[in-house]
Design a protein around this ligand. Structure first.
Ligand code: AMP
Length: 371
């Protein structure tokens, strides 16, 4: 059932030694789940829950779908992805209040984008229900300045930022703090256009508008597996690549730049992508740098993460965002992607998460992948 077993004669490479520059405040809990006490995989019914439930079931886990209000009817249309049990709540806050009940049900929560956004990063960080991944990442991911510090100190190229409008010397994208879902951004080609559009009283960043091809790289970092592309004490996998379809920016060319219509960046769907094969070493280098630095900064990112990149015409990548959990672009690959197929057939990110939990239980290391 997908359990990874080292090849006969396999020897792991010597572990690199890290000299942390920051003392992690987070110490992983030791949970008492064992082979005889198999957890139930739970998540909120939205975003990537269909593949999370499908993947968990394929790996032999029971599943629990936390839903707001009545169980969503559309799950009846997808029987393989319907959770074994629904757990209705009236609000995301009620999930926190029902912590004892969920712990009693022996669940491991799989956080996804909607879950963390709607519950709130700080409430999620405080949630006492065992959750897949390292919650310490939230401190670094949910603050734009800290996220940038993480990426730049990892040696990852990022878009140039300007502290003052006077410095604008090329097209820029302006992002208001707290802007979500591609709303609250605007483009300006110079200082005059910036001043004509800026709303006072809001915090923002002015970022170089990087013109190139967008690739959303879906990685998985396992601190447990030692057979594969080695990073830290574990391995890094590339499970797929997508590109978000964004309304209306993606279609703006049809009406022409002179139309006067303001661009928006609202994600409405996803397209599968593959990269020129010669770019794969660069992609793995980016992923490895981000993971290695995360180990130094806060004890390491675990499981799925996405680097949102733009590849420019000199074939260099600029990383403009990182998501430290399963993202919706992986929904394309429920039966595998051109990359995950070369690891194992039929491997979705949801299934890969379930495999990691199973492997951790088998190795007695659940506390290393759950926080
Ligand atoms: P984000 O909310 O950071 O994921 O950004 C939403 C969208 O804005 C992205 O998917 C890109 O289409 C666009 N975007 C963000 N940052 C940049 C950038 N520095 N250069 C060009 N486009 C960007």
């Amino acid at each position: 059932m997908g359990l990874w077993i080292p090849r006969p004669g396999f020897k792991s490479r010597p572990r690199p030694t890290y000299t942390p520059t920051y003392t992690p405040t987070y110490v992983p809990n030791r949970f008492t789940m064992t082979e005889n006490n198999i957890p139930t995989i739970a998540t909120v019914c939205s975003h990537t829950s269909l593949q999370i439930f499908d993947g968990a079931r394929k790996e032999g886990f029971e599943t629990l779908g936390i839903c707001l209000g009545k169980p969503p009817k559309f799950y009846d249309a997808f029987p393989r992805a319907k959770p074994d049990e629904f757990f209705p709540v009236d609000s995301y806050q009620e999930i926190v209040e029902k912590t004892p009940e969920l712990i009693e049900k022996n669940v491991i929560i799989i956080p996804h984008g909607s879950f963390v956004e709607y519950l709130g990063a700080s409430d999620f960080a405080r949630l006492e229900i065992p959750s897949f991944g390292n919650k310490a990442v939230l401190e670094w991911e949910s603050d734009r300045a800290k996220e940038r510090e993480w990426l730049t100190s990892a040696g990852v190229p990022v878009p140039v930022e300007f502290s003052l409008p006077d410095e604008i010397d090329r097209p820029v994208i302006v992002k208001y703090h707290g802007a979500k879902g591609g709303r609250g951004f605007f483009i300006a080609k110079n200082k005059e256009e910036f001043e004509a559009q800026i709303e006072t009283g809001q915090e923002y960043v002015i970022q170089e508008f990087v013109l190139g091809s967008r690739y959303y790289l879906h990685f998985f970092y396992s601190p447990l597996r030692t057979d594969g592309y080695r990073v830290g004490d574990g391995t890094l996998e590339l499970l797929g690549i997508d590109r978000r379809i964004e309304s209306n920016i993606d279609e703006l060319y049809k009406i022409g730049a002179s139309s006067g219509i303001d661009p928006s960046f609202v994600v409405t769907g996803n397209l599968p992508m593959v990269l020129r094969e010669s770019l794969l070493p660069k992609v793995f280098d980016l992923g490895a740098r981000v993971v290695e630095r995360s180990i130094e900064l806060f004890g390491g990112m675990i499981g799925p993460f996405c680097l949102e990149t733009i590849c420019i015409d000199t074939l260099e990548f600029k990383v403009f965002e990182i998501s430290a959990r399963i993202v919706a672009g992986t929904n394309l690959f429920i039966s595998g992607s051109p990359y995950s197929d070369l690891i194992e057939p039929d491997l979705s990110t949801g299934k890969r998460i379930a495999q990691e939990i199973k492997l951790a239980i088998d190795m007695g290391r659940l506390g290393d992948v759950v926080s």
